[in-house]
Each structure stands twice: as structure tokens, then as C-alpha cells.
Design a protein around this ligand. Structure first.
Ligand code: EPZ
Length: 430
């Protein structure tokens, strides 16, 4: 099993290029099969989730031609199967975007029901509610969702909970459903807007993405397009908090500063200097961080995917902070791991009370999920001594060349998979 080994204590300094947004790319790859013409997608992040979804798309018969690590051509004309293999859903939940794409194009889709994951139960009742409203019969048989429709038709759908996945999945299923569809209480994340822009570049008629009411006029067919994925605001925010926690000075490049506003506001609140440029943001932490309170909310609120990262920074801040997780019911599993590094964190319900400490010390910790894993790496970079992070496969799902980018900023970090390599690292760093 691969691990990261880190020698903490170096302030991270320098510039880092941010990759395309994983959560936009996953939906866009699924939507790409909705035409029989060829789609070119650029600025794909080279991460495990993307590579698994491309295998799933190939698995149903589409032609996938990986031009290079960040570019792919897809042609869905050869799809012969509307049933997605369980092995793909087991590896990544977002394979469920193929439900909306296949239902929208073929009026039929069969996708295994995704399980929960380490941050909560994550039901998909709102996705299914939307498909039924569009005229599909939806059954769950032998662990798979079977969605079928003789004809789809426009509908007025009110989401009971703001859901990124449901908003995107319903938008795809409605794109070629005759008539008008309205999605109320829609998610407004930048990746929802990116998927709408992508579908519109294929000839769809979607208006209002980025607001809480999305209006779709179904079209007959979708056509070829060439599209570049937006930058990943969560990868960017993760490096911004790495600067904050290590007392560093990092410029994240190829970003859209507007997508980072909630993160930037919190970094300034805790004492970082943040400078915005057209497509870059610079974060400097030249003094001890200050406490604050933060509550995760749907966009444009503070992102839940940035919750573990700010908690690590606040673990080292002066004073007591409260972090409240309002999106998922179980997203503080990493708190015990941070405690092993000397943090003073008490989790009560969906809040964590954090008494800042002067220093963290390196320890052996385990990544419980993708963003918490990245946050534990940040903690190791800020801690004194050696940290080993286990289960880094989670981190590799969503961060392209994480250790390489961190090393370019001065981090002492390596990916290892044996005690021998750990010993070698310890000898080298002293
Ligand atoms: C997406 O998950 C992201 N994943 C998550 O990022 C992100 O944390 C989340 O949006 C919120 O921003 C991808 O885009 C692949 P939701 P998603 O539907 O779509 C409840 C990462 O680290 N809900 O917006 O699954 C749900 O339980 C990942 O990259 C229902 O009740 O999130 C949650 O409490 C982690 N019924 C809330 O809504 C439904 O049908 C928000 O979930 C759907 C969701």
C-alpha cells in the first residue's frame, strides 16, 4: 500500500499550476456520450477518478482516445450497452452521471446503486425524483437502478435539498427531453455551470445555471464540440491552505479567482495576505494565524470540500475556532488523526471545536477520504518531525501529482511503499 512520508517544518514557497476541475470533468465526460459525433475535451485532471470513469465509458462501448494526460476524444456512436458495470460504481460514485446521460440519449439506463462513502450516506433520491418527473420509470432491482422511458417530457422539478449531483444528472436527462424543464433549488457550484456550458456547446438550450433556477428547453440532438474544463477550485484552495498552515507564500496559477471567493475571505479573516490576479491568487502567511468560525454551505458559501483544510490551519491558530459541517453528516473522521499530531479538537455533532496549539508533531496517520487525506498532508507539512500518511489512494483520486507539486514548493515529501524506502527517506532528511 503506498504512503506519503513527510518531513515537516518548511514554509511552502513558490508557484503551482492548478489542473482542471475533477467534479466538472466527471460530469462532462458522462455528458460527452450524449451525441454520436466526436467530442474533444481538454484540461482534464490526470487523477484516478477520471481514469476510472473513462474505463466505464469504454465499457459500455464508446470510443475513448486519450490524446495525452489532459486531453481525450470520445465518440458515443458505438455504445451498445446502457448498463454500467458494478466495478466502476464501486470505484467512483460519480459513475452515476451515466444515468442521466444514457437516459437522456437512449431513454434507458442501468447503473448500480452507489453505496455511501466515508463522509456520509449520500442518498440519490433527488436524482431519481427528477428522472421520474421527466417521465421515466425508475426501479431498483438487484442493487441497480433501472431507468426507462417510452418518452421523456419537460417538467417542473423542485429539489428538496441543494444537490450538485442531482442538479447535473437531471440537467443531462432533460437536455433532449421534448418541452421545457425547470429545476428549482438547483446547486450553483462552478462545476454545475461548466456542465451547462458544455451541454450548450453541444447544442443544448440551458439557461440559468449558476442560479437556483435552471431552465432547459429540450432539443432533438446534440452535436460535436471541443471544450476545456474549468480550473479546480478545490485543488487551488488546498494549496492556498498549505501556504497558510506552513507560514508560506504560494501563488496558485490557472485559476478563476471568483470561484475562490469564500476561501479567500476565510484566509484573510485568519490573517493571511491574499492578492488576486486575472488567473492567479497569491497567499502569504507571515504571522501566526488567528481563530475564526466557519460553516460549510452550498456555493457560494464556504465549500464542504475545503472543510478539513481550514480545520488543519485553525488547529495551529491562536484562539478557539468552531467549524460546522452542514452538508455531510460524517466529515470529521480525520479529527482523531489530527489529535495524534497534537491538535486539540473536540467534535460535537456536526461541529468541531478547535483550540489552537503552538505546534503539531509528526505521526503515522491514515487518510479517511479524499479531502481529509490532503488536509493530513498539510498537517504533516506544518508539523515538526516525520509524518507518514497511509491510504493515499484516496488522495490520488482527486489530486494530480500532489507530491510532485508540493515538492516544487519546497516540501520534503515522497511517495513510498516499503519500510526500506521509509528508512532511506529518514536517512536522507536526517
Ligand atoms: C458533489 O457530491 C461532489 N462530488 C462532492 O465532492 C462535494 O462535496 C459535493 O458535491 C458538495 O459540493 C462530485 O461532484 C463528484 P450533493 P454530490 O448531491 O453531488 C444530500 C470531493 O471531495 N443529497 O451536492 O454527491 C447529500 O447526502 C467530493 O470531490 C440527498 O439527500 O453532493 C448531501 O448531504 C466529496 N439526496 C447533500 O445533499 C440526493 O439525491 C449535498 O450532496 C443527493 C444529495
Amino acid at each position: 500500500m503506498e504512503q506519503y512520508i513527510i518531513k515537516g517544518g518548511n514554509p511552502l514557497v513558490g508557484e503551482v499550476d492548478i489542473a482542471g476541475a475533477k467534479n466538472a470533468a466527471l460530469a462532462i465526460l458522462a455528458a460527452a456520450i450524449m451525441t454520436d459525433e466526436t467530442i474533444l475535451i481538454e484540461n482534464l485532471p490526470d487523477v484516478r477518478d477520471i481514469n476510472v470513469l473513462l474505463e466505464a465509458i469504454e465499457g459500455i462501448g464508446a470510443i475513448v482516445n486519450r490524446i495525452d494526460r489532459s486531453t481525450v476524444r470520445i465518440n458515443g456512436s458505438t455504445i451498445r450497452d446502457v448498463s454500467v458495470d458494478y466495478e466502476f460504481i464501486k470505484k467512483i460514485r460519480a459513475s452515476y452521471y451515466l444515468l442521466g446521460a444514457l437516459l437522456g440519449k437512449y431513454r434507458h439506463a442501468e447503473v448500480p446503486l452507489p453505496g455511501g462513502c466515508n463522509i456520509g450516506s449520500r442518498p440519490i433520491d433527488q436524482h431519481l425524483k427528477g428522472f421520474k418527473a421527466l417521465g421515466a420509470d425508475v426501479d431498483i432491482l438487484h442493487g441497480a437502478i433501472i431507468a426507462k422511458a417510452d418518452n421523456l417530457h419537460g417538467s417542473h422539478i423542485y429539489l428538496d435539498v441543494v444537490s450538485v449531483g442531482a442538479t447535473i444528472n437531471i440537467m443531462m436527462a432533460a437536455a433532449m427531453a421534448p418541452g421545457r424543464t425547470t429545476i428549482e433549488n438547483a446547486a450553483k457550484e462552478p462545476h454545475v455551470v461548466d456542465v451547462a456550458n458544455f451541454l450548450n456547446s453541444m447544442g443544448a438550450n440551458i439557461k440559468g445555471a449558476g442560479t437556483d433556477v435552471i431552465r432547459i428547453k429540450g432539443v432533438e440532438k446534440l452535436h460535436k464540440t471541443e471544450y476545456s474544463i474549468i480550473p479546480d477550485q478545490i485543488e487551488a484552495g488546498t494549496f492556498m491552505f498549505a501556504a497558510a498552515a506552513t507560514g508560506g507564500d504560494i501563488t496558485v496559477r490557472n485559476v478563476i479567482p471568483k470561484h475562490l471567493e469564500a476561501t479567500t475571505a476565510k484566509l484573510e479573516e485568519i490573517g493571511c495576505e491574499v492578492e488576486e490576479f486575472d488567473d492567479a491568487v497569491r497567499v502569504r502567511a507571515s504571522r501566526r494565524l488567528r481563530r475564526t468560525n466557519v460553516k460549510t454551505l452550498p456555493y457560494p458559501g464556504y465549500p464542504t470540500d475545503m472543510q478539513p483544510q481550514i480545520t488543519v490551519a485553525l488547529a495551529l491558530a491562536k484562539g478557539t475556532s468552531i467549524v460546522t459541517e452542514s452538508i455531510f453528516e460524517n466529515r470529521f473522521k480525520y479529527a482523531d488523526e489530527l489529535t495524534r499530531m497534537g491538535a486539540h479538537i473536540k467534535v460535537e455533532g456536526n461541529s468541531a471545536i478547535i483550540d489552537g496549539v503552538d505546534r503539531l508533531t509528526g505521526a503515522r496517520v491514515s487518510a479517511p477520504d479524499l479531502r481529509a487525506g490532503a488536509a493530513l498532508v498539510i498537517a504533516g507539512l506544518a508539523a515538526e518531525g516525520i509524518t507518514i500518511v497511509d491510504d493515499i489512494v484516496y488522495i490520488q483520486r482527486g489530486y494530480e501529482d500532489f507530491e510532485g507539486k508540493l515538492r516544487s514548493l519546497g516540501a520534503e515529501i515522497e511517495k513510498v511503499s516499503s519500510e526500506k524506502e521509509i528508512r532511506k527517506f529518514r536517512l536522507r532528511v536526517g
